[in-house]
Design a protein around this ligand. Structure first.
Ligand code: NAD
Length: 332
């Protein structure tokens, strides 16, 4: 799984903009597009020279002559030169995470997820960019009965983060529906993406880190929350397919098909590493819903996409890169 399958991106755009390229999903997507021959303009507000995570994520793009990097904040930058001549924009820039969205950082969520998106799509339509793929989130479904969530279900966002993601996808779809400036929009509702370079605030990373280091794992709630974990290569394949598939538009769930509890992830992490995890239980936080589970049918019909990587294999691949980077840091 360290080698990305060459079939991951089937039909390739000539020139793509990837916003949020210094992030977890954006850096993997940019790499897959470059490997398939696409020219990629990557934009992110984090400066890889000063931000270690951004630097690590972007290292995978070094050496691709068709890669162009721009450090810029989409909320304030001159946006037309970024989007110039693009066939497709993959808009992954955003402020993720449920918990901090309850706090004073909420302004940043509104700024990046809503206001910057409005600037981006206004410019995209003005410049006649034909396609936009925007990152939405499973969190917009809120608390469900536990069954699979379909794209036509009524959204019940249960956190400020989820509200901003719902606003973001609906803004893009509203622009697409105007009709006078044709742009095709696909909003992908990602479900708990994990794998190498996963954000350090996310559960799989924290569980593997606790197993690898012996440091305690803070578990919010009883651990019976269930998630539809999606391996990064599968998420990237769905994202690339959203630009390539002729009939893809509107909202599409991207769920990995693993309906698994956090306690089960802890068990897998323990067995992969061979060490028990010390758990510090804390009270469940608002917006941390009991179940997320994708109805996968639309993704299958419109994108011809099915997840391919099982949770155990995906976590093993993630663990290996975490072990490797610990060695690299120790050696540096
Ligand atoms: P990430 O934080 O690793 O990447 C997001 C990137 O966007 C960061 O590098 C950040 O610097 C950049 N960014 C934020 N605001 C910006 C701005 N105003 N201008 C320029 N760059 C800006 O997050 P991720 O996990 O890769 O998520 C990518 C997208 O997918 C986000 O929109 C997130 O809401 C969405 N999403 C992710 C998941 C998941 O499981 N990772 C699930 C659902 C939705």
């Amino acid at each position: 799984m360290s080698e990305r399958p060459s079939s991951l991106v089937t039909e390739t755009p000539r020139r793509a903009v990837v916003s949020g390229v210094a992030g977890f999903i954006g850096s993997h997507l940019a790499q897959a597009l470059l490997e398939s021959g696409t020219t990629v303009v990557g934009v992110d507000r984090r400066n890889p020279a000063t931000d270690q995570t951004a630097g690590t994520n972007l290292a995978s793009l070094h050496g691709f002559p068709k890669y162009m990097h721009i450090t810029a904040d989409l909320l304030t930058c001159a946006i037309d030169p970024v989007l110039f001549d693009a066939d497709v924009i993959f808009h992954l820039a955003g402020v993720p995470g449920v918990r901090p969205s309850w706090g004073p950082q909420f302004n940043d969520y509104v700024g990046s997820n809503i206001l910057a998106t409005q600037r981006l799509i206004e410019a995209a339509t003005r410049l006649m960019v034909p396609q936009l793929v925007v990152a939405s989130s499973s969190s917009i479904y809120g608390s469900t009965s536990g069954g699979p969530s379909g794209e036509n279900d009524v959204p019940r966002p249960a956190s400020p983060y989820a509200v901003t993601k719902l606003a973001e996808e609906q803004l893009c779809l509203a622009h697409a529906a105007r009709g006078d400036r044709p742009i095709s929009v696909v909003a992908l509702r990602y479900f708990s993406v994990y794998g190498p370079r996963q954000r350090s605030d996310m559960f799989a990373h924290r569980a593997l880190k606790a197993a690898l280091t012996g440091q305690p794992l803070r578990l919010y709630g009883d651990g019976h929350q269930r998630r539809d974990f999606t391996y990064i290569d599968d998420a990237v394949a769905a994202t690339a397919a959203a630009a390539a598939a002729p009939n893809a538009q509107g909202i599409i769930n991207v769920g990995g098909g693993s309906n698994v509890s956090l306690l089960e992830v802890i068990n897998i992490a323990e067995s992969l590493v061979g060490r028990d995890i010390q758990i510090h239980t804390d009270k469940a936080l608002g917006g941390d819903v009991p179940v997320t589970r994708a109805d996968p049918r639309r993704a299958n019909e419109l994108l011809g996409w099915c997840p391919a990587v099982d949770l155990h294999d995906g976590l093993r691949a993630q663990m290996r890169t975490m072990t490797q980077s610990a060695y690299d840091n120790a050696a540096a």
